[in-house]
Design a protein around this ligand. Structure first.
Ligand code: ANZ
Ligand code: ZN
Length: 828
C-alpha cells in the first residue's frame, strides 16, 4: 500500500481516464445473460462556444446513475453523440465561408475533449453524429417510409418570412415578433412545405402517457400541447342556405347561443361575399387580423375585436331563433371547425365580446346546489345572476356558470350538464367528436445545413421518392450558404445537384431542395446507439431487442424539449413500432428533467452577456471530481440554481478531507476496527446514498457523505473495509479520486466494476429511542432509552429527572404510565 499526501487532481484524473479507456470498461456489449440499463442524456449540439456547465449538470447526474447501475451488475449503455445539424453552424459558415461540415468537425473535437476531461462513463465506441451520411441515410429512410404511408405530404402553409434576410424562419427563430438574426420585420407568407402528419398519432401520444414513467409536469405539458378535447359538432344553418359546423365542448349551453363567430380565415367567409352588405369592412378586418400573431389572438388579456356580417343571420338549431353571424380574431381557423357558437352567459371570452358589441346574453345553466332553483324565487335569482354577468364577477363564482342544471332550455330544462351535452347533441342531429390542438409538423426548412429531403419532382410522375438503394442523398458542396432571394434553400442554386433523372420514367426531374429541420436527426438517435455502424439497417433486430427492451430505461433532459424533441421522437418511435422496426411502442420508459444553471447574477448564461462559465477552467483549477461534486451539490436537481465559483471550495475541501482520511486509514493496521457508532452511521449513509440517487436527490446524498466524513474524522481509526465501502458510494460522484484511493489500498479491479455496497439492516436500526416525559399532560422533558428497556427502569429514570422533579416535588404521585417507546406520563 502506498501513501500519498498530495491530492493532485490533474495527474490522477488523466491517469484514470487513460486506464478506463484502454481497458474499455464502459463499453456496452449485448449479453442476453445480463440485464441491461440504457441511460440517456440529450446529445449536445456542438456549438462554437464549447461545453456549457449546464451540460455538465445533466451528464453528471446520468453518469452517477450509470455508474451505480454498473456496480449493481447491469450491462450499462450510456452513449453520447452529436446533434450537429443546425442554424448557428450554418450562420457561421455564411459569415466565414468555412464549410459547415468542417466547422462541425472542429466543434465536435473540442466537445469530445471537454467531455472526456470530466470523466463521464460514456461508451465512446458508439458515438453517433446526425450529419454523418452513414447516419442520415437512415433519417432519410425513415422519412421515405413515412412518405410511403402517407404521413409525409406537401401542403401550402403559412411560414414566417423575414423581410430583410429574405428567408423563411422557423417559429423558434422568431423572437418577440422579429427575426432573431437581424431584428427585421417578420411577416406571414404562404409556402409549399413538407409536413408530417403527427396528428394521426395524437390520440396514442396522449393515451400512452399513462404507460410511461415521466415526471408529472412533463406529462401535463405534453397533454396540454396535444390538447385532446371531447365535444360536439353542431350545424348552424345560415340565411344564405350555407351551413356552419361549430365545435363546442358545451352543447348543454346551446339554448344560450346568441350569435355565432367564424374565424376570419374560414373559407366560408369568402363564399358569403355576395350576401354580406358590409363586405368592404369585412375585407379590411381580415387583412388586419392576418398580421396578428396567434399568441395575441388567444391572449385573454388582449381586447377582442370583430365585425358583424350584416345582411345575413344564422338559426340556433335548438331555439330556431335568428342570431347574428360575426367574424372575430379570438376564433382560430386552425382549431375545431374554425367556427364557434357564442354563449356569453357561460363563456368568458364570449362574454367580453358580447359586452363590447352589445350582444344578448342568455343564462341557461344554474348551479346544481342552488336552493334558489325553487320556482317561486327563480326570477329574483336570475336577476342576481344577470347582475353578476354585468358586474364582471360572474366567472369568479364559477359554480353558477359552469356545469350545473339546465334552465330555459325547453325539454332539457332540469337536466344536468353532462347528460344534456349528449342529449342535446343527439336531438339536433349533431355528433360527438374529439378534437386536438396539436397541428401537423412543418418539416421543411429552406436551408443548407440539414438532411436533404429525399424526393424528386418529375413533371410527368409528380413526387417520386429517391430509391432506397440510392440513399443517402448527400449535400453538394456549395460556395455560398446564403439563402436565395426567393426564399429557396441555397441548394436550389446548385444546378448540377438539383437536375436529375426521374427514378420512375427516367425523364428530366428536379431534386427537392428543402432540407429537414434540426429535430429530424434527434427523433431516433437513441436507436442508433444500439448498433451505430450497421450498414444494412438503422439497427439490428437483436440489438434493438436487447438494449431497447422496455425502451430507454432512463432519459434525462431539458423541460424546453417537452413539446418538441420529446414529442417528435415519441411520434417517430410509434411509427417505427407500427413498421415493426422497434420492439416497444414507447421510446423512453422514464423521463426526468434538470433545472437550469444560471449565471452568478441569477440571469441566464449567455454569450452576449459574457457571463458563461467555462468548465475547462474549473477542471484545471479544482479538478473534474470537484466540478462534478459541486454541480451535484449545488441545489435540488430539478430546480434552477445560480453558479458560484467561490462555492467550489466546499466540494474541493470535502474531497481533500476524504483523501486525507483515507490516507490515515491506509496506514492503520488491517485489523483495526471502526467504532460501533461510526459503523452504524456508515451503513445509514450507504442506505441514504443508495436511495437518494434513485430519486435524483444528489445534493442530499452528498450532504449525508459529508456528515459521515465529519464523524469519521472525530472517531478514527476507520477500518480498511469501511473506508472502502465509503469510497464505493462516493465513486459515482468523484470517480477519479476514488479510483486512485481504491488502487492505493492495493485493489486489483477498478472500483467502478466492483459491487455496489449493501447496507446491513441490523446496523441501521436504532436501538435507542427518545421518549417524552409528561407531567399532568404537559411535556416536561425528554430522555433517550434503550428500545427494549424494561418498564420499571424507564419509569424510575423519568421520575428522577431534574426537570421532572420541578413539577412533582412535594406532590403526591398518583399514577405513572409508560407507553412503550413513546412516553412516560406522570399524574400528580
Ligand atoms: C360554446 C361554449 C359555451 C364553449 C361555454 C365553452 C363554454 P377546448 O376545451 O379548448 O377544446 N372554440 C371552439 N373552436 C374554437 C376556435 N376555433 N377558436 C376559438 N375558440 C374555439 O375549448 C372548446 C371551446 O372553445 C368550445 O366550446 C368553443 O366554445 C371554443 F359555456 O362552445 B365553446
Ligand atoms: Zn417521371
Amino acid at each position: 500500500m502506498k501513501k500519498n499526501d498530495n491530492y493532485s487532481h490533474a495527474q490522477i484524473e488523466r491517469k484514470w481516464q487513460k486506464a478506463w479507456e484502454t481497458q474499455a470498461i464502459y463499453t456496452a456489449k449485448r449479453d442476453p445473460k445480463k440485464k441491461k440499463f440504457f441511460g440517456l442524456i440529450e446529445f449536445p449540439y456542438p456549438s462554437g462556444s464549447g461545453l456549457h456547465v449546464g451540460h455538465v449538470r445533466s451528464n453528471t447526474a446520468m453518469d452517477v446513475i450509470a455508474r451505480k447501475r454498473r456496480m449493481e451488475g447491469f450491462n450499462v449503455l450510456y452513449p453520447i453523440g452529436w446533434d450537429a445539424f443546425g442554424l448557428p453552424t450554418e450562420n457561421y459558415a455564411i459569415k466565414t465561408g468555412i464549410a459547415p461540415a468542417k466547422v462541425t468537425k472542429t466543434n465536435t473535437d473540442i466537445f469530445r475533449k471537454q467531455l472526456k476531461s470530466i470523466g463521464f462513463s460514456f461508451d465512446w465506441s458508439r458515438e453517433v453524429n446526425t450529419t454523418d451520411p452513414a447516419y442520415f441515410k437512415w433519417t432519410q429512410w425513415i422519412f421515405l417510409q413515412m412518405y410511403k404511408k402517407g404521413l409525409a405530404y406537401k401542403a401550402k402553409t403559412e411560414i414566417n418570412w423575414c423581410t430583410s434576410c429574405k428567408i423563411g424562419l422557423a417559429n423558434e427563430e422568431v423572437v418577440g415578433g422579429v427575426c432573431e438574426r437581424c431584428g427585421g420585420k417578420v411577416e406571414k407568407r404562404q409556402k409549399e412545405q413538407w409536413m408530417l402528419a403527427i396528428t394521426k398519432y395524437a390520440d396514442r401520444l396522449d393515451r400512452d402517457l399513462d404507460t410511461v414513467d415521466y415526471l408529472e409536469k412533463i406529462k401535463i405539458q405534453q397533454r396540454n400541447w396535444i390538447g385532446k378535447s371531447e365535444g360536439s359538432e353542431i350545424n348552424f344553418k345560415l340565411s344564405t342556405g350555407d351551413s356552419v359546423p361549430v365545435f363546442t365542448t358545451r352543447a348543454d349551453t346551446l339554448f344560450g347561443a346568441t350569435y355565432i363567430v367564424l374565424a376570419p380565415e374560414n373559407q366560408l367567409v369568402s363564399q358569403l361575399k355576395a350576401s354580406v352588405k358590409n363586405w368592404d369592412d369585412v375585407e379590411t378586418y381580415i387583412r388586419k387580423v392576418k398580421d396578428t400573431s396567434e399568441e395575441d389572438r388567444t391572449n385573454d388579456k388582449k381586447e377582442k375585436t370583430g365585425v358583424c356580417l350584416e345582411g345575413i343571420f344564422a338559426i340556433n338549431p335548438a331555439t330556431n331563433e335568428q342570431i347574428p353571424v360575426w367574424i372575430a380574431d379570438y376564433v382560430l381557423n386552425s382549431y375545431g371547425t374554425g367556427a364557434v357558437m357564442a354563449v356569453p352567459a357561460h363563456d368568458e371570452r364570449d362574454l367580453a365580446f358580447a359586452k363590447k358589441y352589445n350582444l344578448p346574453k342568455k343564462i341557461v345553466i344554474v348551479s346544481a346546489h342552488s336552493e334558489s332553483l325553487d320556482p317561486g324565487n327563480k326570477d329574483e335569482f336570475l336577476q342576481i345572476l344577470y347582475a353578476l354577468l354585468e358586474s364582471g364577477d360572474a366567472f369568479g363564482k364559477k359554480n353558477f356558470f359552469t356545469d350545473g342544471v339546465l334552465i330555459d332550455s325547453g325539454i332539457f330544462s332540469g337536466m344536468a350538464s353532462a347528460e344534456a351535452r349528449k342529449k342535446v347533441t343527439e336531438a339536433i342531429g349533431g355528433k360527438i367528436v374529439t378534437k386536438y390542438k396539436l397541428r401537423d409538423w412543418v418539416f421543411s426548412r429552406q436551408r443548407y445545413w440539414g438532411e436533404p429531403i429525399p424526393i424528386i419532382h418529375c413533371e410527368k410522375c409528380g413526387y417520386v421518392p429517391v430509391p432506397e438503394k440510392e440513399l443517402p442523398v448527400l449535400l453538394p458542396k456549395v460556395k455560398s450558404y446564403v439563402p436565395t432571394d426567393t426564399g429557396e434553400s441555397p441548394l436550389a442554386l446548385i444546378h448540377s445537384w438539383v437536375n436529375t433523372k426521374c427514378p420512375t420514367c427516367r425523364g428530366p426531374a428536379r431534386r427537392e431542395t428543402d432540407t429537414m429541420p434540426n429535430w429530424a436527426g434527434s427523433s431516433w438517435y437513441y436507436l442508433r446507439y444500439t448498433d451505430p455502424t450497421n450498414k444494412k439497417e438503422l439497427a439490428s433486430k437483436e440489438n434493438l431487442a436487447y438494449f431497447m427492451k422496455n425502451g430507454v430505461d432512463w432519459y434525462n433532459g431539458g423541460m424546453e424539449h417537452t413539446t418538441l424533441h420529446l414529442l417528435y421522437s415519441r411520434f417517430w418511435h410509434k411509427f417505427l413500432y407500427d413498421l415493426k422496426v422497434v420492439p416497444t411502442s414507447e421510446p423512453y420508459h422514464k423521463r426526468t428533467s434538470h433545472g437550469m444553471i444560471l449565471a452568478e447574477s441569477g440571469d441566464k448564461m449567455s454569450k452576449s452577456k459574457g457571463n458563461v462559465v467555462n468548465p475547462d477552467e474549473i477542471v484545471k483549477t479544482y479538478g473534474a471530481d470537484t466540478l462534478r461534486v459541486y454541480e451535484m451539490f449545488m441545489g435540488p436537481f430539478d430546480q434552477s440554481v445560480a453558479w458560484s465559483t467561490a462555492s467550489m471550495m466546499g466540494p474541493r475541501k470535502f474531497l481533500e478531507r476524504v483523501w486525507k482520511l483515507t490516507q490515515r486509514s491506509i496506514l492503520v493496521s488491517p485489523k483495526a476496527k471502526t467504532t460501533k457508532e461510526l459503523e452504524k452511521l456508515l451503513h445509514k449513509t450507504i442506505k441514504k446514498v443508495t436511495e437518494d440517487i434513485e430519486t435524483m436527490g444528489f445534493n442530499t446524498a452528498i450532504s449525508a457523505m459529508m456528515i459521515f466524513l465529519n464523524e469519521a474524522e472525530k472517531s478514527e481509526p476507520l477500518a480498511h473495509k469501511d473506508a472502502k465501502l465509503f469510497l464505493k458510494i462516493l465513486a459515482p460522484f468523484a470517480p477519479h479520486m476514488t479510483e486512485e484511493l481504491w488502487d492505493q489500498f492495493g485493489e486489483k479491479n477498478f472500483i467502478h466494476t466492483e459491487d455496489w455496497p449493501k447496507y446491513t439492516q441490523k446496523l441501521i436500526i436504532d436501538d435507542h429511542v427518545k421518549i417524552a416525559i409528561q407531567v399532568n399532560g404537559k411535556v416536561r422533558d425528554e430522555i433517550e432509552i434503550e428500545i427494549d428497556a424494561d418498564e420499571e427502569s424507564v419509569k424510575k429514570e423519568a421520575l428522577a429527572r431534574t426537570k421532572v422533579l420541578q413539577f412533582t416535588d412535594g406532590k403526591q404521585i398518583k399514577k405513572v404510565i409508560y407507553v412503550k417507546g413513546r412516553l412516560v406520563s406522570i399524574v400528580v
